[in-house]
Write a protein that binds this ligand. Structure first.
Ligand SMILES: [Zn+2]
Length: 455
C-alpha cells in the first residue's frame, strides 16, 4: 500500500515539474494523477497533519482569507500546507497535500489551510474531516454553474453534515451563512462587525439574502454594512443576527483601516471595506486554532495578495490598480472603493463569458453602476468578450463608454493618453490576461515596478 502512495507522490511531483517547464500550473493534473494511482492518498496524508485542518468556503474572499491565514500560522512558527494557487476543486485540494509530501511519501505539517469551491466540498469532505470550516459569505455567483444560491447552500449543507464535529466559523452579519450554521448541528463560532459603520446607506446594492430562510418573511435591518450583510432580524420568527464571538469594534478608515478585536488593534494600509471581514475571519480562525497572534499586523505588512486582489502596478508614470470583480457584490464593492479615490481616473471594465466566468452575464444588470459617475472617471472603456453587453449596461446608467475588445490595446491607449491613474475591473478569466499584460509592460518600463499588498 505504501508503495502505491510513493508512486502517487513521485508522479505528482514529476507532473508538476514537467508542467512548470512548459509554463503551465499543473496542480490539477498532479492531484488527479495522485488520486488515480492511490485513491486513499488524501485521507492518509490528511491524518498526518499534526494540529488543525482549516478549510475556507464561500462566494467571495476565499483566496485572500485562506492564503493570509496560512501566512499568519507560518509567522507563528507553524509548518503549513496550502493550495495557494487557488486550485480549489478535489484534484487541486489533493495536489496541495500530495505536493506537500516529501520523497518518503509523508507530510511534515502542523496545519493545512485549504480553500474549497462550494460545490466541491461534498466531494472533498469524504476524504478527510476538517477541524474547522470558515464560511466567508454566500452571494449569487456564476448562476449557470450552481443553478442558484439555494442549490449552492444545499451542497454546502450536505458537506457540513458529513463532518458533524467540524467547527463552523461563519460571518454572522451574513444571513444565508447564519441560516446554514443554524440548520446544521456543528459547533458554531461567529465573526462580524457589531456596530454601525456607515451613516448613509442610500445604495441599490443587491440584497440577495433578504428573505428569512426559516419562514420566508422579508428580513428587517437595523443597519446594513453592504449587500445583505448587517444587523438583521426576522419580524415573524426568531431568526436574527447571532451574537458575535469575534466582533470588530471601532472600525476606522483613514489612510488604510483599523479595528479592535479582543484587545488587539489591527492596523493595515488595506482600504476596502470587505477586507475587514477577510481579516476578521483569519484572526478568528487562527485564534480558534490556538495561535498566539502577536505578529498579526506585521504579517499583514509583508503579505502578498493572490493574483488580482488589488494588485498595484506602476507603469511609465501611471498607477495601475487591478481588481477582480467576478459577481455583482464584488463589483458593487469595487465601485465603492473607487469612490474613495478622489483623483481623476481611467477605468477599464473587462467582462468575459468563458466557462470559468459563468456564461450568463445577466448579473451586470444588478450592479449599481449609477454610482460610477461620482467616482470622477475621466474615461470608461469596456473590453473583453462581452464588451457590447457592458457598453449597453452603462448606457442605461447614463454613462458613455469607449469600446475596445482587445484588452492590451485598451491598456496601452490609457497609459499613453490617460489621467495617470488607471483602474482595471475584470472578471475571472480577464484577470489572468490582464495580469500577464501588466507584468509584461512593467518589465518593459524603465522605472522600477512597485507592487503593494492590499486585499
Ligand atoms: Zn423568519
Amino acid at each position: 500500500m505504501h508503495i502505491r502512495r510513493l508512486i502517487a507522490v513521485w508522479s505528482a511531483h514529476l507532473i508538476k515539474w514537467a508542467c512548470r517547464i512548459i509554463g503551465k500550473q499543473g496542480e490539477t493534473l498532479a492531484g488527479k494523477a495522485a488520486l488515480f494511482i492511490d485513491p486513499g492518498i488524501l485521507t492518509a496524508l490528511a491524518k498526518e497533519v499534526r494540529n488543525s485542518i482549516i478549510v475556507v468556503c464561500g462566494t467571495n474572499g476565499k483566496s485572500t482569507t485562506n492564503t493570509l491565514l496560512a501566512s499568519v500560522l507560518e509567522a507563528e512558527g507553524g509548518k503549513v500546507i496550502c493550495n495557494r494557487t487557488g486550485s480549489n476543486m478535489l484534484s487541486g485540494v489533493a495536489s496541495a497535500f500530495v505536493l506537500g509530501a516529501g520523497a518518503g511519501g509523508h507530510l511534515d505539517a502542523d496545519y493545512a489551510c485549504i480553500e474549497i469551491d462550494e460545490a466541491s466540498a461534498v466531494k472533498v469532505i469524504p476524504h478527510f474531516k476538517p477541524d474547522c470550516m470558515i464560511l466567508t459569505n454566500l452571494f449569487p455567483d456564476q448562476l449557470d454553474r450552481y443553478g442558484d444560491m439555494d442549490a449552492a447552500m444545499e451542497l454546502l449543507s450536505r458537506a457540513i453534515e458529513l463532518a458533524p464535529k467540524m467547527k463552523l466559523l461563519i460571518n454572522g452579519d451574513e444571513p444565508v451563512s447564519a441560516y446554514l450554521a443554524r440548520k446544521n448541528q456543528n459547533p458554531v463560532f461567529t465573526y462580524g462587525i457589531g456596530a454601525k459603520v456607515w451613516e448613509c446607506q442610500d445604495t441599490k446594492e443587491i440584497r440577495a439574502g433578504q428573505f428569512c430562510k426559516c419562514c420566508g418573511e422579508k428580513l428587517q435591518y437595523r443597519f446594513y454594512h453592504y449587500s445583505q450583510l448587517g444587523d438583521y432580524y426576522c419580524p415573524k420568527c426568531d431568526f436574527r443576527r447571532p451574537a458575535l464571538d469575534f466582533d470588530a469594534a471601532q472600525v476606522r478608515f483613514s489612510e488604510g483601516m483599523s479595528f479592535s478585536i479582543r484587545d488587539y488593534r489591527v492596523e493595515t494600509d488595506w482600504e476596502d471595506f470587505y477586507s475587514v471581514y477577510n481579516l476578521l475571519a483569519v484572526y478568528s480562525a487562527a485564534y480558534l486554532a490556538g495561535a498566539p497572534l502577536k505578529n498579526f499586523n506585521q504579517v499583514l505588512e509583508h503579505y502578498k495578495p493572490p493574483l488580482g486582489r488589488n494588485e498595484r502596478f506602476e507603469i511609465g508614470g501611471t498607477n495601475v490598480m487591478l481588481k477582480l470583480a467576478k459577481n455583482q457584490v464584488g463589483f458593487d464593492q469595487n465601485i465603492r472603493a473607487l469612490l474613495t479615490d478622489p483623483l481623476p481616473k481611467d477605468l477599464i471594465i473587462v467582462i468575459n463569458d468563458n466557462s470559468q466566468d459563468g456564461t450568463d452575464v445577466s448579473w451586470i444588470w444588478d450592479v449599481d453602476f449609477g454610482r460610477l459617475g461620482a467616482a470622477n472617471p475621466a474615461s470608461v472603456t469596456v473590453s473583453g468578450i462581452r464588451c457590447l453587453d457592458m457598453c449597453l449596461r452603462l448606457k442605461y446608467a447614463e454613462m458613455a463608454s469607449e469600446i475596445e475588445p482587445d484588452l492590451e490595446t485598451a491598456i496601452r491607449s490609457k497609459l499613453k493618453d490617460g489621467a495617470g491613474n488607471l483602474y482595471l475591473l475584470v472578471n475571472y478569466t480577464g484577470l489572468y490576461a490582464a495580469h500577464k499584460i501588466l507584468r509584461r509592460m512593467e518589465g518593459k518600463s524603465d522605472e522600477s515596478y512597485n507592487r503593494t499588498s492590499v486585499s
